[in-house]
Ligand binder design. Structure first.
Ligand code: HEC
Length: 244
């Protein structure tokens, strides 16, 4: 096949180009339809032969410390959503992608430059470059902002309150011990109020409640923290229950 500029050159030279060309309808259209049918049938058959489940069932109590996160190719869109206030989220999720695809669709009419050489297409290439760079940036930012899964095995010898202890309270205790509760566990100042004796984890009420030596065992109505998590909290208290 010849590309447009060669075709027009050949026409100018007075050559009969119909010898070398195909009509879109029905020749090219028929081939396209054929490919669509083949790809569709292949996917349909593979889905029937190798069915793929949707993963583990949802766990309302989040006992597996599951961290919900979008599939990687949606990180960019979700990241963009964070830059918009709530009432504008339709704009970010629907409006901008719609404009993007509308422009992409209209490209053959918008861009009448017949040349295929990259050097002769600075505008198109820089716009595409900026969009690609933006996508990579947003995807990277989105990936970096997914919270890390909480360690529920592996004892941390010298834990940090911010990094190792607070996230456990945040995920397991705040539903009941929020900031308005009399035993609030939402920040360091409130946590050390609950009868923690620095250097004496056995004597600290927090440990007694977590291990269940003083009933009822915490977290109330859920599975207890893992022995490793409790040991990590013990180590933090032995270290002086510091705000580190
Ligand atoms: C479903 C609600 C619920 C959850 C979740 C929960 N607690 Fe409690 N917690 C309570 C209630 C209710 C009490 C008071 C009952 C009692 O101590 O007899 C309490 C009491 C406590 C006490 C004793 C306070 C005192 O001074 O007597 C501690 C310590 C405690 N919780 C720690 C935790 C920790 C740590 C977690 C998370 C690992 C947690 N709780 C999760 C409901 C909850």
């Amino acid at each position: 096949m010849v590309c447009t500029d060669e075709l027009s050159k050949a026409k100018k030279r007075g050559e009969d180009v119909s010898q070398n060309s195909l009509t879109f309808w029905p020749d090219v259209a028929f081939r396209m339809i054929l490919v669509v049918i083949l790809v569709g049938a292949t996917m349909w058959i593979s889905a029937a032969v190798y069915p793929k489940g949707l993963g583990a069932l949802a766990d309302a109590l989040n006992k597996a410390h599951y961290i919900p996160a979008p599939a990687w190719y949606f990180f960019g869109v979700y990241q963009m959503l964070k830059y918009f206030p709530g009432y504008l989220d339709v704009l970010a999720m629907v409006g901008l992608p719609l404009i993007f695809f509308a422009v992409l669709f209209a490209l053959p009419w918008l861009d009448r430059n017949p040349s295929r050489k990259p050097r002769k297409r600075p505008v198109a290439l820089s716009v595409a470059g900026v969009i690609m760079a933006g996508l990579v940036f947003l995807t990277y930012q989105g990936m970096a902002s997914v919270p890390k899964a909480l360690a529920d095995n592996g004892v941390i010898t010298h834990p940090s309150f911010k990094k190792d202890i607070e996230p456990v309270f945040q995920s397991q205790c705040l539903t009941c011990h929020g900031s308005t509760n009399s035993y609030a566990l939402d920040n360091y100042t409130n946590v050390i109020k609950i009868d923690i004796i620095p250097g004496n984890s056995d004597g600290s009420k927090l440990i007694q409640k977590l291990e269940g030596t003083v009933k009822p065992q915490m977290p109330l109505g859920q599975e207890p923290l893992s022995p490793d998590q409790i040991k990590t909290i013990r180590n933090w208290i032995q270290d002086g229950a510091k705000n580190n």
